[in-house]
Design a protein around this ligand. Structure first.
Ligand code: SIN
Ligand code: CO
Length: 410
């Protein structure tokens, strides 16, 4: 079933899953890896080499139409870009950032342009549901789902990403040319990151329902064949210097809570003839304060968990219109915008953290992994857990699922 191709790029085809034409994605038995087990995919492909899966979602019909995407691109709180490429005219490219009012996008009859809308998973349940099909990858790595629309010949040009990305062909056809580019130099004359010397090795035309996985820095160029739409699920790979910056800033904010307000003392300082010389004791006093702050692995883990679950600036939660109480027959599920993680001592939700241990921690971890708890599960939780869940319900981070609604079909 797995065909090795040139440059060790593999291609597989989706298992027969019956006719699923016109079914919404949440009702489909998704097997995005086309017969590979998640374990095989992670061992052989993840971060290593591309994988093409033909008919990863047979009969896929995207829930977000072209017009809906244009409507999203008009919103202030949605990040969007429009790229116009004139490959025929000396490879000129222009980039504009949204929001795009009704008349500010080119006509759909004009070839060679593309609209890219970020974070559609926070706006659409069905797009968010697709992320669950990739839940064999730690969710701390998942960034967002971007949807692009392009007219004939449109695309963002040959480039590479620092992300792992799964590109799902949602509508129409797109020709992807890819290659393990060594020369990563970019053109300097353009507002977009476009490779100066792109050398593709393989070329595929993706049809609706086909999926292409690309590891970070793998060069690619997707050119629309007629009108098309692509969903790309990006997995962020944080940079160590950025993490250090973020964690140190968060630790610094806690310095007053973490350290005693000890004042430097220098009884014993001898009279000096070099008044400008920094006292060595003052230097070590300062250093030991910073070292004490840093020497707390759990505190650092906590800062990381809070940082990674922080909602993006454009994400807002809608508190329920009226007071909500959890009924005994209710289950709960996380709102599609909620980001929940855990480690050995904490749970993290939307930038906040709680210490958790024992049974309570077990239920909270289950909620974080499955993004839902059934009524039967909820009935076994402690008052403290139910109390916290009620608070989260009121914050809009969680929703009640009355018993009649199936928790498995999300
Ligand atoms: C696109 O959808 O046009 C671009 C996606 C990507 O290259 O990552
Ligand atoms: Co890309």
């Amino acid at each position: 079933m797995i065909q090795r191709a040139r440059s060790s790029v593999a291609s597989t085809s989706g298992k027969a899953m019956g006719k699923a034409v016109n079914q919404p994605v949440e009702k489909m038995p998704i097997d995005l890896l086309g017969g590979l087990s998640p374990r095989q995919f992670m061992a052989e492909y993840w971060q290593r080499k591309p994988l093409l899966v033909r008919q990863a979602i047979p009969g896929f019909v995207p829930s977000v139409s072209r017009d809906e995407l244009f409507t999203l691109a008009a919103r202030e709180d949605v990040e969007s870009r429009c790229v116009v490429s004139e490959r025929a005219k000396g490879q000129a490219w222009t980039l504009r950032r949204g929001p795009f009012g009704k008349r500010s996008l080119p006509s759909v009859r004009q070839p060679g342009w593309s609209l890219l809308v970020q974070g559609v998973d926070t706006l659409h349940d069905e797009v968010a549901a697709l992320k669950q099909a990739l839940n064999f990858i730690p969710s701390a790595r998942l960034d967002d789902v971007m949807i692009s629309y392009a007219t004939e010949g449109g695309g963002v040009g040959p480039h590479f990403d620092s992300y792992d990305v799964f590109l799902l062909q949602a509508q129409g056809q797109r020709r992807w040319r890819i290659g393990p580019q060594r020369d990563l130099r970019l053109r300097e004359d353009l507002p977009l990151k476009i490779l100066s010397h792109f050398k593709p090795e393989v070329e595929w035309v993706l049809e609706p329902g086909d999926l292409l996985y690309l590891p970070p820095r793998y060069a690619h160029d997707g050119i629309a064949i007629g009108e098309c739409m692509t969903w790309s699920m990006g997995f962020r790979a944080p940079r160590q210097d950025e993490l250090a910056h973020e964690l140190l800033a968060r630790l610094a904010d806690r310095a007053a809570e973490e350290l005693p307000p000890t004042i430097y003392q220098d009884a014993g300082q001898v009279a000096t003839t070099q008044p400008a010389k920094m006292p060595a004791n003052l230097q070590s006093f300062a250093r030991s304060a910073v070292e004490a702050l840093l020497h707390q692995p759990r505190r650092l883990d906590q800062c990381l968990g809070e940082y990674l679950t922080e909602p993006k600036p454009q994400v807002w939660f809608d508190a329920p219109a009226s007071a909500q109480r959890l009924k005994p027959s209710d289950g709960v599920r996380l709102d599609r915008r909620s980001q929940m993680l855990y480690d050995r001592s904490h749970i993290y939700l939307n930038g906040e953290s709680w210490r958790a241990a024992g049974e309570d921690a077990r239920w909270m971890r289950r909620l974080a992994d499955a993004r839902a708890l059934s009524a039967a599960e909820l009935s076994q939780t402690s008052d403290a857990v139910r109390h916290l869940l009620s608070d989260w319900l009121m914050a809009g981070w969680l929703q009640r699922v009355p018993r009649a609604t199936s928790l498995t079909q999300r």
